[in-house]
Design a protein around this ligand. Sequence first.
Ligand SMILES: Cc1cc2nc3c(=O)[nH]c(=O)nc-3n(C[C@H](O)[C@H](O)[C@H](O)COP(=O)(O)OP(=O)(O)OC[C@H]3O[C@@H](n4cnc5c(N)ncnc54)[C@H](O)[C@@H]3O)c2cc1C
Length: 347
Amino acid sequence: MSAKRPITIIGGGLAGLTLGIGLRQRSIPVTVWEAGHYPRHRVCGEFISGRGQETLARLGLRERLVAAGAIPARTTAFFSPRASSPVRELPEPALSISRHALDALLAEEFRRLGGDLREAERWRGEEYSEGMVRATGRRLQPVVDGWRWFGLKVHARNVPLAADLEMHLSASGYVGISRLQNGEVNICGLFRRFTSAADAPLPWLETLRGAPGSLRYERLANAVFDENSFCSVAGLSLAPQRASVSKECCVGDTLTMIPPVTGNGMSMAFESAELAAAPLAAYSSGEMTWTEAQQLIARQCDERFMRRLAWARMLQRLMFMSRLQNTLVPLVPRWQWLWRLLLARTR
Ligand SMILES: Cc1cc2nc3c(=O)[nH]c(=O)nc-3n(C[C@H](O)[C@H](O)[C@H](O)COP(=O)(O)OP(=O)(O)OC[C@H]3O[C@@H](n4cnc5c(N)ncnc54)[C@H](O)[C@@H]3O)c2cc1C
């Protein structure tokens, strides 16, 4: 039997490591290059919602996440600066786990399966040649239509919540506050700022807390922040991208980003990795050419994600219409059909 062709994955985040695990489960030689180290905090609402949970279960990872401290999130509520929605049950529970624990767990599993993880090593090549997968996370876009998009995250204690996930909207962005294990909460926001205002530095704590007098500010009034968990990210591009226009083999955010309000980005990272594993295995064993494998992965990802991305984009636009927020927030979750439709279409 001829030797299997090796696969090199650039980026050891969720998509790269999940793909690495899927390939190692098929005994394919895999190297993952990761510029950072494990464990580390990442900007993320840490709320896994959607079909990615099924991928985790199929890879035998879901139970390990639960053992590592993942907890179910069953309810959600929405808030504008002055109005709140009723608490709503999610049709399927989400899973909440700190990225500090999650990324490290996947790295450990990849290594346990015999994967070669080159931690703290940045790949500096220009071209992605045959056998190389790009899983480097978001594609940097400093300004989109005059706006700079950025994300902030911190963990805190002493934050009483009405639901497992509270989503707080404001004119400058939205902040999710969700329960983690051991009484901690994740506070994570997506914000935008017009470029003319971008020179003055923004204090992260004030940005996350929101305007004095708002419901978000009240919610965080007695929060005890874990400053070591604070992290930020900028240059986000949230417009949907088609995988089939790229000549590279991509998974996760590199393929396309979905607005974080859906809590579906991690799920898409897991799902795209799973979609990529079988064609890459076929390439590795010589049953497919590299181009055939790359095109099949791109086509499957487009089929799976394009509708989801279009709905998420529309929802994201609505979230930033500040004049509508006080009216829509109490209403939308009351309309059961609309609530269920939005959840179904964005995951
Ligand atoms: C504000 C915000 C909130 C979010 N909240 C949620 C949420 O609640 N639920 C959810 O499901 N999703 C959420 N997401 C999205 C989620 O975080 C991403 O979709 C997910 O992390 C994508 O995984 P990835 O592996 O593609 O990218 P990443 O996790 O970013 O991993 C990419 C990795 O590649 C490495 N890398 C990059 N370049 C190189 C190189 N040249 N050489 C070596 N390594 C390299 C990086 O160091 C990084 O570790 C949120 C995103 C934002 C911005």
